[in-house]
Design a protein around this ligand. Structure first.
Ligand code: COS
Length: 384
């Protein structure tokens, strides 16, 4: 649905205040302890953040893409770990169901996801299937009115907390690529599922990521997303089109935060008898950061609008993710440079953001994969 502008402004305002007053003071604690305090999780559930994009008829807020990017941008102004907590419910962990699920599947799971009672995870990546996502090897063999799943999923965000897994598995063993893949809704507590140790990561402390192993896991046939075999790869790609816009908006929000911090520091810090903000080489870093952040935000808003209007935005979403995630990498690098020694040590939190944003260029499709998607679309158009 489209909210009226007052309601959307109120929602963004609520998020901005929550980020400012509640989350920002906890950033260094979350970074050090590698966990988000339980009372914050409860408050986020109460504020409805887990259900931002889940349709209203299932208890969510039903934000469209333009509204989602506005809210996610506001969440970008603090450590990405906080957004990750509900990010899979709002994004890749629920959207296969929202986009392609049957009515019965939606009714069964979406209300719980909207409240945060059910945490969803998206299980696509495997030890040998990352960028080449169509080559998934995890098998789902039909046995009566069930499927039996065997294999391993890797680097699964929120898996340690998940109740519902969207698992992409090979149902047609005679097809090596995209055509033989189906999406399943799997109860994370099913017999035969085990979890790896949570990964120790370069950044984004406070997010939970591990491997998920499937050993003869029996899943009812009715849990195949949309009730259709061998169309799961297209479902995954549709989910990722949306996810890539979401990560782009998040990148814009983080960039704004880092630019604000850099401006403040440049005005305070004095060298050679004046604030370093007076030096044109510092101004150059600030101006480039601001310009590229603004360009990314214009792209994100335009593509979100076009998706809401029903356009296929696969290549445009890839363009946004490529540009916005590379942009925030440069902005974070400039922020460290402007802060100098203060940017490299822990105290100001800048080095933490520098490490956190590195993931944006990797997950939900690397920068290289985004270029592949864009170029393939260009060549297809030229050929048709
Ligand atoms: N929306 C709907 N359908 C799509 C689609 C999209 N955005 N993109 C592809 N498809 C469909 C295609 O239409 C095609 O269907 P048909 O076989 O019926 O024609 C099918 O999916 C296969 O598409 P394609 O041939 O383009 O697949 P490739 O194997 O070449 O892979 C890439 C495409 C590389 C782009 C894909 O594997 C990818 O995005 N990889 C990165 C995965 C990723 O982001 N991983 C992160 C893990 S999740 S955090």
């Amino acid at each position: 649905m489209a909210l009226d502008s007052d309601t959307l402004n109120q929602l963004v305002d609520t998020v901005e205040k929550f980020v400012e007053n509640r989350l920002r003071p906890l950033e260094s604690q979350v970074g050090a302890e590698d966990r988000i305090p339980d009372d914050v999780v409860t408050e986020m559930k109460e504020l409805g953040f887990f259900g931002l994009t889940i349709p209203e008829e299932y208890g969510g807020m039903g934000l469209n893409m333009s509204e989602e990017v506005a809210v996610v941008r506001a969440f970008g102004r603090t450590s990405p770990a906080f957004r990750s907590l509900f990010g899979t419910n709002v994004g890749i962990g629920s959207q296969a169901l929202v986009i392609d699920g049957t009515e019965a599947q939606k009714q069964q799971y979406l209300p719980g996801m909207a409240t945060g009672e059910i945490i969803g995870s998206f299980c696509l990546t495997e030890p040998d299937a990352g960028s080449d996502a169509a080559s998934v090897k995890l098998t789902a063999k039909k046995d009566g009115d069930e499927y039996v799943l065997n294999g391993t999923k890797r680097y699964i965000t929120n898996a340690p907390k998940a109740h519902l897994l969207t698992v992409f598995a090979r149902t047609d063993m005679s097809q090596a690529g995209a055509r033989g893949v189906s999406a399943f809704l799997v109860d994370a507590r099913s017999d035969g599922i085990s979890l790896g140790q949570p990964y120790r990561k370069m950044g984004q402390q406070g997010t939970y990521v591990c491997d998920v192993m499937f050993d003869d896991v029996r899943v009812p046939a009715e849990n195949i997303v949309g009730g259709r075999e061998n169309v799961g790869f297209a479902t995954a790609m549709k989910v990722l089109d949306k996810g890539r816009l979401h990560i782009s908006a998040l990148s814009v929000g983080v960039a704004e935060r880092l630019i604000d911090d850099s401006v403040r520091y440049a005005l305070e810090r004095e060298q050679f008898g004046q604030a370093i903000a007076e030096f044109q080489l510092i101004q150059s870093m600030l101006a480039r950061s601001q310009t590229e952040m603004f360009a990314a935000w214009c792209m994100v808003q335009e593509v979100a609008r076009r998706r809401d209007a029903g356009e296929n935005v696969a290549a445009l979403a890839a363009s946004c993710k490529l540009f916005a995630t590379e942009m925030v990498g440069k902005v974070a690098d400039n922020a460290v440079q402007i802060h100098g020694g203060a940017g490299y040590v822990e105290d100001y939190g800048i080095e933490r953001f520098y490490r956190d944003v590195r993931l944006f260029r990797i997950y939900e499709g690397t920068s290289e994969i985004q270029q592949t998607v864009i170029a393939k679309d260009m060549l297809r158009r030229a050929g048709s």
